[in-house]
Write a protein that binds this ligand. Sequence first.
Ligand code: AFP
Length: 281
Amino acid sequence: MDEIFDYIKKAVLSISNELKFPDTSYNQSQNKTGDTQLKFDVISDEIITNTLSKCPNIKALISEEKDESLILNEEATYIVAYDPLDGSSLMDVNFAIGSIFAIYEKKAQAKCLKAAIYSIYGPRLELVICKDCVNLYRLNKENEFIFVKKLIMQEKGKINATGGTQKNWDEKHAKFIKGLFDDGYRLRYSGAMVSDMHQILCKGGGLFSYPATKNSVNGKLRAFFEVFPFAYITEKAGGKTSNGLNESLLDLEFDNIHATTPCFFGSKYEINALLKAYNER
Ligand code: AFP
């Protein structure tokens, strides 16, 4: 597993270097989830594919930007699913964006997750690696990732990062979110899941949500590339997750690698409040 982490470090370092002078224009193509691809989505995808293809421990790569998985070594154990550039539609405004990686053992399903990683391309290059606990690393002048601290979620936070177009929320969700603001929660939402989750993890709590909406009944965020890795990280940091009905996003199973799901990540207090609000008659 550590060898895979090293290849991921190389890949994110290359993406970070390329991001200093990027081409922010769009391609004519769309990915499987229907997003129009930026040229840099494709470049990041190629960097990760080319770098991770050299790692003998990886059985297959599954990219958010590709329709099918890429088999590398049938004898190997790990499957790496990744979103090469999460939040790429914010490249033009120079917001922090990132790459997300989920490492599955033998089978790409949430219960087979063994590690999750994300990078943040912001003013600094940071990397969060989660196997048994959630460790934050920062790049130094020698191009090495140095351990900074362990990220831990407190019982209750103060941040509310709330996604989806509000006019398409259902009443229950709208009431729950309003209740949090009435309780004193502050809105913090950039539109890049990596940044919004990173803020909640670094500040020690809060809620990130992307609900089912009237025009997107299964939500927007992709299970294998965004939801499962962040659910794994949130729960290892001491937080809780749910799809609005269940006690953990990691209980979900999907056959389609591009499946999406409503998702909620937070401190225990906010997820318990969500379950109460969503299941009230
Ligand atoms: P892009 O990668 O197309 O910018 O989408 C980012 C994202 O998948 C996730 O990172 C955000 O949380 C979410 O979409 C934002 O979606 P809304 O703009 O609908 O809030």
